[in-house]
Design a protein around this ligand. Structure first.
Ligand SMILES: C[S@@+](CC[C@H](N)C(=O)[O-])C[C@H]1O[C@@H](n2cnc3c(N)ncnc32)[C@H](O)[C@@H]1O
Length: 394
């Protein structure tokens, strides 16, 4: 179908090739000219064409964004609130297979669920929404209305206060947009209960992308454990179900306070929660001769969105070297990276170097990613941002 009726925005042949390969974004450098025809209109839905004028689909358009085009659909796909609701319902239906038993999980994972710039997380009876591009931002009311119809939630919280908003040039804001009552919610993750404040805590409250890795780590829990970037005790509390002692570190005092409260709520008195810089603490523990049977490393993204990776690779190498040195023979290292730029191949390269420096043979037990309710788009490496390798140091 001809993309009649919508303003047309042309992309470079590179941009066109990326779109044809399944990439749902076009970066500004691939929009030709950078402030293209559509910029003359107020339209935030445009027809994308290749350099020869061939239609490539319909996209949300934000001329000043680093990512001006985000694909909404093939051919001419008009935006309607009904279509938005249908996509949300379909995304949730897919969670019956990927998050069936979970009380807290990702309902909608943006582009990977056909919902450009929209993230919805569920925590028991509450939902948290993030709109990460201007066009979805403008449709916030429609998103909330659809979520109310589909889920009848007690609460819908808007968490548009992350760095992704700065990247898009959108103002930061947050608040309760539907319902009332406490924004603090308790939910079960397997055998462990976590409490999060949906309005105040990091991200949308918890690191839901690590849910399956938390549960999996339980299988390796034995002896003593160290969770060096624990946040609310995500890995530490699962480890504590099988370890005799767990040390949980985080440089954030509020995070450690919550980890402590979560440990107490679960009756896990053998979890020691300490405010500390993990890089320093790992060095000190090594110096003191302390050794562990399981070490978990889940640092914040050490690599920026774009730019050279060298410093980040050095950081990951150093961290993993220290983690390996802290392991008793046969000990297990659960090591993560949530930097999209750090591809699985590069991450593995860094781990190979760290193992070499540690001078220890290392078995790969598992190469894992984000929980299945954070789907990866084939051909779009950035959606494979979370790596969680489980290794055994001999
Ligand atoms: C990716 S989150 C960890 C998520 C957690 N492992 C979970 O599964 O819920 C990274 C955490 O590292 C903490 N952090 C950042 N820099 C740190 C540092 N240098 N030392 C210790 N903690 C740090 C942050 O406060 C944040 O809680």
């Amino acid at each position: 179908m001809k993309p009649a009726g919508l303003p047309r925005v042309a992309v470079s042949s590179h941009g066109a090739a990326r779109l044809r390969a399944g990439e749902p974004w076009v970066w500004r450098s691939d929009v030709t000219p950078p402030r293209a025809a559509g910029a003359e209109t107020d339209a935030d839905l445009v027809a994308v064409v290749d350099p020869r004028g061939k239609p490539l689909g319909t996209a949300f358009f934000a001329p000043d964004s680093p990512i001006p085009l985000r694909v909404w659909g093939p051919g001419v796909t008009p935006y309607t609130d009904e279509e938005l609701r249908r996509r949300l319902r379909d995304a949730h239906d897919r969670r019956r297979a990927t998050a069936a038993a979970a009380a807290a999980y990702r309902v909608a994972h943006a582009e990977a669920d056909g919902l450009p710039g929209l993230i919805v997380d569920r925590y028991a009876d509450a939902l948290v929404v993030q709109t990460l591009c201007a066009a979805m931002d403008r449709r916030e009311a429609a998103v909330v209305a659809a979520l109310r119809d589909l889920f009848a939630p007690r609460l819908v919280v808007l968490r548009n206060d992350g760095a992704a908003r700065d990247f898009e040039g959108l103002p930061r804001r947050k608040g309760v947009v539907h319902g009332a009552g406490p924004t603090r919610v308790t939910y079960a993750e397997g055998e462990v209960r976590f409490t999060v404040d949906l309005l105040e805590d990091a991200k949308t409250g918890g690191f839901l992308d690590q849910r399956e890795n938390h549960l999996r780590t339980r299988r390796y829990a034995h002896g003593t454990g160290l969770d060096a970037f624990t946040y609310h005790g995500g890995f530490a509390l699962h480890l504590a179900r099988g370890c005799e002692h767990v040390l949980a570190l985080d440089e954030s005092a509020p995070a450690i306070e919550r980890a402590r409260a979560n440990a107490a709520d679960n009756g896990l008195t053998h979890v020691e929660c300490r405010v500390a810089n993990a890089f320093d603490a790992l060095r000190e523990l090594e110096g003191q001769g302390t050794r562990y049977d399981v070490v978990v490393l889940d640092p914040p993204a050490l690599a920026k969105r774009r730019g050279p990776l060298t410093a980040a690779e050095r950081g990951y190498r150093e961290l993993n070297l220290r983690g390996l040195r802290l392991l008793r023979p046969g000990g297990v290292l659960v090591t993560c990276s949530c930097s999209a730029q750090m591809t699985p191949t590069r991450f593995e390269g860094v781990l190979v170097e760290a193992a070499g420096l540690a001078g220890r043979p290392v078995q790969v037990l598992e190469r894992r990613g984000a929980a299945a309710d954070h789907p990866v788009l084939l051909g779009v490496p950035a959606t494979e941002y979370l790596k969680c390798w489980i290794l055994r140091a001999l």
